[in-house]
Design a protein around this ligand. Structure first.
Ligand code: HEM
Length: 221
């Protein structure tokens, strides 16, 4: 048995294991250009559209996992983002926001993997849940601030509601509670290792979406 796996809290293990992928996602060309204020609101809109497909998979999956012994404890209504994304898309694309909305190939692949985990492997779903929601509660706030300043959205208003967790008054405390859930996850060391691997895959799926968005919105030199 790997001694490190038994003594290091799982929340620490998963954070450290995905650190490199986090840096890669954070510093991707598309994210850097977006947060550097070098892209138009059309790029931000296209990015928000991709998120909608991903969260739809995450949150449709959540419905069936509520009573699951592994994934169940993570399913918390205050995290749900689909309604917020739909309000943002209504603002960004107008009343016909759903018409002609198609995921990029990388987004379709990402959403399909989330749905597959939700259906067949609840512990794998936990990896996807962690990668998105804990990230949104962390770096998501930096993205919101930049988006408000760059494209003039009302503070915490339409366009950036995805980043606003109305029912989470204290994100730091919520994240502490979430890490306790991770530490108590109902899985043995081998399964925890598989969750970590799925988390790395989740980051890679995000990076692939950024890559395709970067191809759609290249910066003119
Ligand atoms: C430019 C984009 C990003 C910025 C500026 C950013 C920034 C941050 C920061 C500052 C934290 C640490 C917060 C803390 O210690 O409480 C964090 C944590 C995190 N981020 Fe990001 N991030 C970005 C993109 C992403 C992406 C694309 C993902 C994955 C989809 C992601 C997933 C996470 C996760 C899972 C955590 C929690 C780590 C843990 O404490 O276990 N982030 N991010």
């Amino acid at each position: 048995m790997d001694a490190t796996a038994t003594v290091t809290p799982f929340s620490t293990l998963i954070r450290i294991a995905s650190h490199e992928q986090h840096t890669e996602a954070e510093t991707s060309t598309f994210m850097s250009d977006l947060l550097g204020g070098r892209l138009g609101v059309d790029a931000y809109t296209r990015y928000t559209e991709q998120l909608w497909f991903v969260y739809r998979a995450l949150e449709e999956g959540a419905q069936t996992l509520r009573d699951d012994p592994v994934a169940g404890p993570f399913i918390q209504p205050e995290l749900m983002r689909s309604a917020e994304l739909e309000r943002d898309l209504l603002h960004l694309r107008g009343p016909g926001w759903r018409e002609g909305l198609e995921p990029l190939p990388a987004t379709a692949a990402y959403a399909a993997r989330v749905a597959e985990c939700a259906r067949t492997w609840p512990a794998g779903y936990v990896a996807h849940h962690y990668t998105r929601y804990l990230g949104d509660l962390s770096g998501g706030q930096i993205i919101r601030d930049k988006a408000e300043k760059t494209w003039g959205f009302e503070r915490k208003g339409d366009g950036v509601r995805f980043y606003v967790f109305e029912e989470i008054a204290n994100p730091a405390a919520f994240k502490r509670g979430y890490r306790e859930l991770l530490d108590a996850v109902n899985a043995d060391d081998l399964e925890k290792q598989r969750i970590v691997e799925e988390c790395k895959r989740a980051f890679a799926l995000n990076t692939a979406v950024f890559r395709e968005l970067g191809e759609v919105f290249p910066l003119s030199a």
